[in-house]
Design a protein around this ligand. Structure first.
Ligand code: IPM
Ligand code: MG
Length: 359
């Protein structure tokens, strides 16, 4: 079967890192181990520039036909003054919502070669392997009403709504429990049930569902404590399941434990196995076009794509193995560079992974 992969390079460093990920995919095409067709489309600021909207119909039509989507990143200062509905980030939220990609898997794995690049002491992060399961299509990101209004006094008031329905909580909790079952069988549900009703309901439902997963040890943690525990003793976690906004914040914190946010891939899945794969970092406009961005998070996102959407787990493992070998050879982009290593740019890092795959 020939899979349809839609490529959405996006903005900033997006096109540079996606180009390296495609080099890696093409290794499998060349050797005949994977049959796929690529389509390219715009999203975010580049879509606004080309078609006047961050998630144009042309992109939507291709997205609906794709088996998997590879996305770089969206956003840039030049779009910050646009009307809100036209901003790049809205394009990303729109495609997540349009395709029903409610389950966002964000693994935080420390490659032992990078222990010295972590902001924490090596012993606190050695062998770190956490999976954050972030709900991606609900919460305050999508809740209505939202906006900025002018009060009678003339003062402006910004407002958003945190909201979760029972069914939204159930389906992401199911992903959390099932993910834990495949790993070390520990699930920590993160909420703010002491203050926010939306997450009081979250805690109630997750607790009730735990009866169906007697093999999984469930714990609950308030998000402030979870943030603290992540930087105090991160190895206590196996799988974390949480809502959209808390997951956004905690996954950036977890990323830093692994040495660099430039290392972490993600998968966003819907009820079928269609998925969108993207690095968790952003478009990094400050380094865009310089050829210095770390492409490994995007390359590792391709591995997740092979595992979760294209049913090729053995190819996923080959990519992960190749990345490990490259790191053990001491090859590093600037964000993960430590003394004595070989400092390379984006394309050289991609080439190194390709060479390791072919070896
Ligand atoms: C992420 C990003 C996005 C989010 C932004 C770019 C809209 O931070 O994927 O974590 O908040 O979800
Ligand atoms: Mg984020």
């Amino acid at each position: 079967m020939t899979s349809k992969i839609l490529v959405l390079p996006g903005d900033g460093i997006g096109p540079e890192i996606v180009a390296e990920a495609l080099k890696v995919l093409n290794v499998f095409k060349d050797e005949g181990s994977l049959a796929f067709e690529l389509e390219h489309a715009h999203i975010g600021g580049s879509a606004y520039d080309a078609e006047g909207k961050p998630y144009p119909e042309s992109t939507q039509a291709l997205a609906k036909k794709a088996d998997a989507i590879l996305l770089g990143a969206v956003g840039g200062a030049k779009y910050d003054k646009l009307e809100r509905s036209l901003r790049p980030e809205r394009g990303l939220l729109a495609i997540r919502s349009d395709l029903g990609l409610y389950a966002n898997l964000r693994p935080a794995i420390l490659y032992e070669e990078l222990a010295n690049a972590s902001s924490l002491k090596p012993e606190l992060v050695a062998n770190l392997d956490i999976m954050i399961v972030r709900e991606l299509t609900g919460d305050i990101y999508f809740g209505q009403p939202r906006g900025i209004e002018v009060l009678p006094s003339g003062e402006r008031r910004g407002f958003n709504t945190m909201v979760y329905t029972e069914s939204e909580i159930r389906r992401i909790a199911k992903t959390g429990f099932e993910t834990a079952q495949k790993r070390n069988k520990k699930l920590c549900s993160v909420d703010k049930a002491n203050v926010l009703e939306a997450t009081e309901l979250w805690r109630e439902i997750v607790t009730e569902m735990s009866k169906d997963y007697p093999d999984v040890e469930l714990s609950h943690m308030y998000v402030d404590n979870a943030a603290m525990q992540l930087v105090r003793a991160p190895k206590q976690f196996d799988v974390i399941v949480t809502g959209n906004i808390f997951g956004d914040i905690l996954s950036d914190a977890a990323a830093m434990l692994t040495g660099s946010i430039g290392m972490l891939p993600s998968a966003s899945l819907n009820e079928s196995s269609v998925g969108m794969y993207e690095p968790i970092h952003g478009s990094a406009p400050d380094i865009a076009g310089k050829g210095i961005a770390n492409p490994l998070a995007t390359i590792l996102s391709v591995a997740m794509m092979l595992r979760y959407s294209l049913n090729a787990p053995q190819l996923a493992e080959r990519i992960e193995g190749a990345v490990k070998r490259v790191l053990s050879q001491g090859i590093r982009t600037g964000d993960i560079y430590t003394e004595g290593c070989q400092h390379v740019g984006t394309a050289q890092m991609g080439d190194a992974v390709v060479a390791a795959l072919r070896a």
